[in-house]
Design a protein around this ligand. Structure first.
Ligand code: NDP
Length: 443
């Protein structure tokens, strides 16, 4: 019999000073351990959980590069290859000064379950660097990416490990990383996803995480015979995920009232239009300037969006951006659904508030799986040398999100009828990985 407290103590002892990793593991094993004890005691004998929390491989390396003043800069690069039971490692690269091993291990761990939920043959990994792309010139970004790939190339491959983008790594960075890989290996292959559509990328990949998030939210409402038409939506972040989530929410007839970044939050009482979103994209990080052109909006420096009254909250910025107090405010303002575009944006205490209030809470590992799902489709297209149309990729994305929703429903329905999507996602993802590990022997 597995004991929850003993297991968490064990993980903490093995991984000291890694609070985010411990948080992600705790969130999962709280659901898995009772399930294993009741239905699959053999997983305890096979030490499946102990093996799951130990990355198969962690690579850490020096990234030295020259800035525009010809000064030498040194950063640290990482790749965490967490689990390859169901396919090659797959997961994004994050470039941010906040990157450390704890954060990458939590992201890689989450990725294992998320990728399993997509039903595609992809394992879990994550990587990145403490490099800060903000304020860097194009040439500096290119030199950094080339130096990063000059080490990373030996650890990845189309059938070994296929990185993608994440915070701070978009189409431009993927281009530089791919170019350097190709130059070193003399091999044009699907080793990265998020590529440009002219050179091996998939249509709908930039949109996929935000769109997929809204498809998942739509399923939640449809399950209650409701639609998103007229619902008020609050979104955090103003990056890739936040933008396409906002666009899709508008297309479903919802009213989106906030976007944010690390400088603060724009609140628009009239809601954003497509035209306003295009303008925000033009402003870059200068969100404070938005109200000058659109007086229906106000800018709240240094504040998060969760104080504004909404039906649906979509945290799409970063981990632990929504805490217990934010959750309490959302609930008292009548919010009925929180769905995560970001990875682990809600703290453990916030999740408890959502569950206690019995509102719909959709965790990132299920709700934001659309991005990696279309990355998986990009790998399929690369391996057969084809490119599918936007509508075909979007159809497949909808189908995958609907299946993830069904999996969450199947494993997450409580005795009182409440749907615990977190439990559903944890169990649904875990079973596939655990059975594969069991079949492949002691590794
Ligand atoms: P981007 O880099 O495109 O955008 C991130 C946005 O979040 C920026 O607006 C950024 O603002 C804001 N942000 C970051 N940190 C903070 C903070 N501490 N406080 C307030 N705002 C902050 O990243 P993505 O949109 O790609 O990713 C967002 C989240 O979604 C991440 O958690 C990522 O792991 C997750 N995700 C992304 C996927 C994808 O396909 N891109 C797939 C699945 C999950 P600023 O510019 O001021 O820093």
């Amino acid at each position: 019999m597995l004991n929850l407290k003993n297991f968490i103590d064990y993980v903490e002892k093995q991984n000291p000073n890694e609070p985010e990793f411990l948080q992600a593991v705790t969130e999962v094993v709280e659901d898995l351990i009772p399930y294993i004890n009741e239905y699959h005691p053999e997983y305890a004998d096979l030490k499946i959980l102990e093996r799951l929390v130990e990355p198969e491989r962690v690579v850490s390396f020096r990234v030295a590069w020259l800035d525009d003043q010809n000064n030498i800069q040194v950063n640290r690069g990482y790749r965490v290859q967490m689990n390859s039971a169901i396919g090659p490692y797959k997961g994004g690269l994050r470039f941010s000064p906040t990157v450390n091993l704890s954060i990458l291990k939590f992201l890689a761990f989450e990725q294992v379950f998320k990728n399993a939920l997509t039903s595609l043959p992809i394992g879990g990994g994550k990587g990145g660097s403490n490099f800060d792309p903000k304020g860097k010139s194009d040439n500096e970004i290119m030199r950094f990416c080339q130096s990063f790939m000059t080490e990373l190339y030996r650890h990845i491959g189309a059938e070994t490990d296929v990185p993608a983008g994440d915070i701070g790594v978009g189409g431009r960075e993927i281009g530089y990383l791919f170019g350097q890989y190709k130059r070193i290996q003399n091999n044009f292959t699907g080793v990265l996803t998020g590529k440009g559509v002219q050179w091996g990328g998939s249509y709908i990949r930039p949109e996929a995480t935000g769109y997929g998030l809204l498809y998942f939210v739509q399923s939640i409402f449809e399950n209650n015979d409701e639609t998103l038409d007229g619902k008020v939506v609050s979104i955090s972040g103003a990056g890739n995920v936040a933008f396409y989530a906002a666009e899709k929410a508008l297309s479903f007839g919802a009213k989106v009232i906030t976007l944010s970044n690390s400088t603060g939050t724009i609140y628009d009482k009239d809601g954003f239009t497509h035209e306003k979103l295009v303008y925000i994209a033009k402003l870059g990080r200068n969100l404070a300037e938005f109200p000058e052109r659109y007086p229906s909006a106000t800018f709240h420096a240094g504040q998060k969006p969760w104080q504004f009254v909404c039906d649906i909250a979509l945290p799409c910025a970063t981990q632990n951006e929504l805490d217990q107090q934010d959750a309490t405010t959302l609930i008292s303002n009548g919010c009925i659904c929180v769905a995560e575009g970001a990875n682990m944006p809600s703290t453990a205490e916030a999740i408890k508030v959502f569950h206690d209030a019995k509102i719909a809470y959709a965790p990132g590992k299920a709700a934001n799986a659309g991005g990696v799902a279309v990355s998986g489709l990009e790998m399929s297209q690369n391996s057969i040398g084809q490119q599918w149309s936007s509508s075909k990729v979007d159809e497949r994305l909808k189908h995958i999100m609907a299946n993830i929703y069904k999996t969450c429903l199947r494993y997450g329905k409580e005795k009182d009828g409440y749907i615990n999507y977190l439990k559903g996602a944890n169990l649904g993802g875990f079973i596939k990985v655990a059975e594969s590990m069991k079949a492949q022997g002691v590794l």
